[in-house]
Design a binder for this molecule. Structure first.
Ligand SMILES: Cc1ncc(COP(=O)(O)O)c(C=O)c1O
Length: 400
């Protein structure tokens, strides 16, 4: 199967006046959580838009239904029911312009300024930014190797209540977490849901990477599914599976929550977040092309993930704490002895870009490496160059 999805003739548009970020020339960029340009399926989308416009005609160019076009909500609800094993109807689904838009809706609708959002001690930096943009406070909750610590969440909520403040909500990415790549197991999911339910605190489950299980086999049920979507809003996106330029995602929640969002001025004024694209993607899902693309993409990402895991084991060995990720885009490297400035300086000397751990919270000795943006050979080279540029650990520099 081909290693490219998109045609290469458009590569010269890949500059900062057109796209959000461009890697510096000569640098091997393991920093951002982007798909490599060649993995973005241009031809697939061209077909999807052509079919959507042919099928829906003028209705594709009208303001879309405020909650999102019913055909897309129906097909998403069917997928959610199949994955969760609990019935889900389209009345539980709202189409969004990606997860960022959903986080904005939640931050402005489900909490008021000053309230605390309980986040993992390392968690998606721009998610935190959306919360703090709206005057919410992020409250880092300690984790152990299984995920956010339920007792620590209970304590954090109690502290807010004791200070006379209503808690906001809990934000989690239990499946292929950004930045750590961690997959939270079923028991821990249930425990965290139980703590949230004890205090009536909403759980926001950001499932941006849920469709990128690279090893197969059963995944833990979603937190939304475990809770029957009571007290949980679960977020999905096509940014990580088709392309972020689509600006298309969805959320699954209690029907009353969907109605509340759909009646916000933003949607009453503009209609569905991304109507034409919804109809293009709905056809790709119904026609089976989306699932075939997912299979292809997982194969491509698996080769990149495997290259990274092999390179880390070969070149960094026991210098790093590292759990090979089962899915998503990211690996997390914690260096017991090395502080972040030394790690970043080494990356700079090696002409490799990494994401600093401190971007995501309290992680002074770690970096996040994305395996989504480069082919396997570049990933291998990047890790070996980074490892060679790191300071030699003290115990190895002393000659016996
Ligand atoms: C955990 C997480 N949530 C949300 C997003 C943003 O998703 P979207 O493009 O759908 O807004 C990202 C992208 O990096 C992410 O890692």
């Amino acid at each position: 199967m081909s290693e490219r999805a998109g045609p290469s003739s458009h590569e010269w548009f890949w500059h900062a006046d057109v796209v959000q970020a461009v890697s510096p020339p000569g640098v091997l960029d393991l920093g951002p959580g982007y798909l490599e340009p060649g993995l973005l399926p241009v031809d697939l989308l061209r077909d999807g838009y052509a079919r959507g416009l042919a099928e829906y005609g003028a209705a594709a160019l009208a303001y879309g239904n405020n909650a999102g076009a019913l055909p897309l909500r129906e097909v998403l609800a069917e997928r959610v029911s199949a994955a969760d094993g609990v019935p889900c109807g389209p009345d539980r689904v709202l189409v969004t312009a990606g997860t960022s838009y959903a986080l904005h809706l939640i931050a402005t609708t489900e909490a008021v300024a000053g309230r605390a959002v309980f986040v993992d001690e390392t968690s998606y930096d721009f998610g935190r930014r959306i919360f703090t943009d709206h005057g919410l406070r992020t409250c880092e909750v300690p984790s152990d190797s299984l995920g956010m610590d339920p007792q620590a969440l209970r304590d954090a909520i109690r502290r807010e209540l004791a200070a006379g403040r209503e808690p906001g909500f809990t934000y989690l990415t239990p499946t292929f977490h950004n930045p750590t790549g961690r997959l939270v197991g079923t028991d821990r999911r249930r425990e965290l849901l139980a703590v949230a339910a004890e205090f009536g605190v909403l759980v926001v489950e950001d499932d941006a990477y849920a469709e990128l299980d690279l090893d197969g086999g059963p995944l833990p049920p979603s937190m939304g599914g475990l809770a029957g979507y009571r007290g949980v809003i679960r977020l999905g996106t096509f940014s990580k599976t088709i392309g972020p330029g689509l600006r298309l995602g969805w959320l699954v929640a209690d029907p009353a929550v969907v109605d509340r969002f759909a009646s916000r001025g933003l949607l009453v004024s503009g209609g569905s977040a991304n109507h034409v694209t919804s109809l293009a993607v709905e056809g790709l899902i119904r026609g089976g092309e989306y699932d075939r693309h997912l299979t292809w993409l997982r194969t491509a990402l698996r080769a990149r993930r495997d290259a990274l895991v092999t390179a880390v084991r070969t070149h960094l060995g026991d210098r790093v704490e590292f759990e090979p990720p089962r899915g998503g885009f990211f690996a997390w490297l914690a260096f017991p002895g090395d502080a972040e400035p030394a790690l970043l300086a080494a990356a700079g000397r090696a002409d490799v870009r990494v994401a600093a751990g401190s971007r995501f919270g309290s992680a002074p000795n770690a970096v996040r490496l994305a395996y989504s943006l480069n082919p396997p050979s570049s990933i291998t080279t990047a890790v070996s160059r980074f490892a060679a540029a790191l300071p030699v650990p003290a115990h190895q520099s002393i000659r016996s």
